[in-house]
Write a protein that binds this ligand. Structure first.
Ligand code: PLP
Ligand code: TYF
Length: 399
């Protein structure tokens, strides 16, 4: 029955994590998977999360009954406020349909399944994008095209190319947009460029599908980081948003996220929700509770919220510091080339511009693990390994 099945390739990102684990070198550095590490190279659990998790696990009023298909109501309300703003008129008018999902990936999967069933169209994704985007869209049975997002020459955003491409898109197409801290490039549009994207979306009647996996990691301010979503909302767009708390609450394996669908009125929202629930029912039936309960407490209680924001600043601050440090080390070592993009790009990743061959050499000879695209997770850099990393980069660049 199964003998015809051929071996599938490993996930490119998880594959790197496994290769790193198997490496016995004591100078090895993990710059593969986008997961936060402390300056001691350890995974980090937020203090506020530990505290709230304990409270929840010991709360005698809670039980293990199934959650509603669309998830925990308090969590969903909290997600709306964080994404669209405390006083968003769209929340008040009941135009936003929200469902708790299995992390950002679950939100993408549910969102694209909904698209396929109810508003099918071509999907435009940035070139390049997170590899799992392409897979999720393909499995949802939708066609995808690329808009030329990244400009290798400037190591920046190709705004003109993006606008030109989207202005040729078929009316009603879906455009997948990274809200901030673009994965893998670390390159985001400016506020003025977002307005140009909004303009072409209006002209071509494109449906924005925002992916927000790094709120807080770009500017360091959670409000500023969702500028694009709030601006599009203000401009009257109907749209879809996938929201993840894997990185900004460090809840990776708890699978905490949400999908939002913004419609033009409350009645339509009710009908959309009824159909969204069928999508979810057939994928995972209903979501897990603990992570969402923790996040709900943070999102609905000001003192917990403030504690979270402070802790998140420490996390994002360390990543920003590593950018500066790596740039300094490369400059000190007079490594050929211009490395300004390391401090210009934002979020978890730097798109180094290293070639696949240089990346291979970094891994094989220097035990530095990164994606062959040249993407480096800045969270894997520490004050102790940054010098060795810079020396290794120098060696492969001069090879
Ligand atoms: N979207 C992007 C661009 C990501 O980089 C990630 C995580 O790395 C996600 C979505 C969703 O992650 P998760 O499913 O772990 O919440
Ligand atoms: O490093 C990245 O780009 C991510 C990491 O459910 C990741 O692929 C891992 C698991 C997951 C989502 C993202």
């Amino acid at each position: 029955i199964f003998s015809h099945i051929v071996q599938a390739p490993p996930d490119p990102i998880f594959g790197i994590a496994n290769a790193y684990k198997a490496d016995t070198s004591n100078t090895k550095i993990d710059l593969g998977v986008g997961a936060y590490r402390t300056d001691e190279e350890k995974p980090y659990v937020f203090e506020i999360i530990k505290k709230l998790e304990k409270e929840i696990v010991n709360d005698p009023t809670l039980n293990k009954e199934y959650l509603p298909i669309e998830g925990l109501a308090d969590f969903n309300k909290g997600c709306q406020k964080l994404m669209f703003g405390q006083n968003s008129p769209l929340i008040a008018s009941g135009q936003i349909v929200t469902a708790q999902c299995l992390g950002g990936t679950g939100a993408l999967r549910v969102g694209f399944e909904f698209v396929k069933r109810h508003i099918p169209g071509d999907v435009y994704v940035s070139k390049p994008t997170w590899s799992n985007h392409n897979q999720v869209i393909e499995r949802a049975g939708l066609n995808q095209f690329e808009y030329p997002y990244y400009e290798p020459k400037t190591k920046g955003f190709n705004c003109a190319g993006t606008i030109e491409c989207l202005s040729q898109a078929r009316m009603g197409s879906i455009v997948l947009l990274h809200v901030c801290a673009h994965n893998p490039t670390g390159v985001d549009p400016t506020e003025a460029e977002w307005l140009q994207i909004a303009d072409v979306c209006k002209r071509r009647r494109l449906v924005p599908f925002f992916d927000c996996a790094y709120q807080g990691f770009a500017s360091g301010c959670i409000e500023k980081d969702v500028f694009a979503v709030r601006k599009f909302a203000e401009l009257g767009f109907q749209m879809i948003v996938a929201q993840s708390f894997s990185k900004n609450m460090g809840l990776y394996n708890e699978r905490v996220g949400a999908v939002h669908i913004v419609t033009s009125n409350k009645d339509i929202s009710a009908r959309v929700l009824s159909n969204l629930k069928i999508v979810i029912r057939t994928i995972c039936s209903n979501p897990p509770a603990i992570g969402a309960r923790i996040a709900a407490k943070i999102l609905t209680d000001e003192k917990y919220f403030n504690a979270w924001v402070e802790e998140l600043k420490t996390v994002t601050g360390r990543i920003i510091k590593m950018r500066t440090l790596l740039k300094q080390e490369l400059d000190n070592l007079k490594v050929p080339g211009n490395w300004d993009h390391i401090t210009k790009q934002t979020g978890f990743f730097t798109f180094t511009g290293l070639t696949p061959e240089q990346c291979d050499l970094l891994t094989k000879q220097y035990h530095v693990y990164l994606l062959r695209s040249g993407r480096m997770s800045m969270a894997g850099i520490t004050s102790k390994n940054v010098r060795y990393l810079a020396e290794s980069i120098k060696a492969v660049v001069q090879n």
